[in-house]
Write a protein that binds this ligand. Structure first.
Ligand code: MG
Length: 330
């Protein structure tokens, strides 16, 4: 016998969205709870429900629960719709994230002896106190996400090699190539450094869209939204991530779109090669006027680092996080 009320097709299934996943001692308001696909009555559930309030779909944390020793609370939100109940559990993270603009490019590897995109490069970036640590993601033959910069490694092309086979390969520091799940597990142990996830372009649009969906599903299942800022050179990937979660922070890397185009598509920011800003210096003010975040990569020269600091852009991606941290007074 079928319980008809609980059967919803994947297309009709309502999805609960949260506009923000952090709370801070300065601001007890977290954000808006919204639902795609249906009108519904929304309520808070579970052990942590008492720590929060929900009024007119605005979620807040009760002040007394903003404890300094609690890094996050998991909160379940239930929506009762005409066609059934849906519930989602979100991780609401205390916002102790650094605001120093320093993004370690592929982690902090150059001056630490770690391999690029290794777990230890991420750990070094966290230990240094970077605002963010960037890393690159590809999808294997068997549709598993893995962290590596190039589309191939030691002669193995990632999109045509299985995850099990790639996991056998050692990085230069002796670590194995990390799967994205393993990498994120390490990254979400802390709440001071953001995880800047670059999803790499691939051989065709279908696979690109599939990889975006896989990434989103993994991030959602790990409740890692508070930590993740997405970046990609592939505009289809950017748009798919925004379609999957309208509140996802997604910045575009390829440098060929003016700020007003990105704002029209509700992207979070532009994350362009340093030379793009030298060719189009007016894009900095235009992006600020549109409320877009600005990141420049990969800036390693002290004079150029200072130039970008003077432009008051939001982030600078660098292979020299130690130097840039000193320059910003850390
Ligand atoms: Mg990258």
């Amino acid at each position: 016998m079928f319980a008809m009320t609980s059967i919803l097709s994947a297309q009709d299934k309502p999805i609960i969205y949260l506009s923000n996943h952090t709370f801070s001692s300065e601001n007890s308001i977290i954000g808006t709870v919204s639902l795609k696909g249906s009108d519904a009555r929304i309520k808070l559930k579970g052990d942590n429900a008492k720590r929060f309030t929900l009024k007119a779909n605005k979620l807040s944390i009760r002040k007394k629960h903003i404890k300094s020793d609690t890094k996050w609370y998991d909160l379940t939100i239930e929506a009762q719709t005409g066609s059934g109940k849906v519930e989602e559990t979100f991780r609401l993270v205390k916002d102790d994230f650094h605001r120093n603009r320093v993004i370690a490019h592929r982690g902090a590897w150059k001056n630490t002896g770690a391999s690029e995109n290794s777990i230890s490069a991420l750990q070094h970036a966290v230990r240094l106190g970077c605002q963010g640590s960037e890393f690159d993601v590809h999808m294997t033959l068997d549709s598993v996400l893995i962290v590596n910069h190039d589309p191939s490694f030691k002669g193995k092309v990632i999109h045509s090699t299985t995850f099990a086979e790639l996991k056998q390969l050692q990085l230069s520091n002796g670590e194995n190539m990390p799967g994205l799940e393993e990498y994120l597990k390490e990254g979400i142990k802390q709440n001071s450094t953001k995880l800047v996830l670059e999803l790499k372009p691939t051989i065709n649009k279908e696979r690109a869209i599939q990889s975006a969906r896989k990434v989103y599903e993994l991030v959602r299942s790990m409740k890692a939204e508070a930590w993740i800022d997405y970046i990609s050179f592939d505009y289809n990937i950017c748009l798919e991530l925004k379609r999957l979660d309208p509140y996802a922070r997604v910045a575009y890397l390829n440098g060929d779109k003016a700020p007003d185009l990105l704002a029209a598509d509700k992207l979070w920011g532009l994350d362009y090669n340093q030379s793009v800003f030298q060719k189009n210096p007016e894009w900095i003010e235009q992006a600020k006027a549109k409320g877009l975040t600005i990141n420049a990569w990969t800036v390693n020269d002290p004079k150029l680092l200072q130039w970008f600091l003077d432009q008051k852009i939001d982030f600078i991606t660098t292979n020299e996080p130690e130097m840039l941290l000193k320059m910003v007074g850390n």
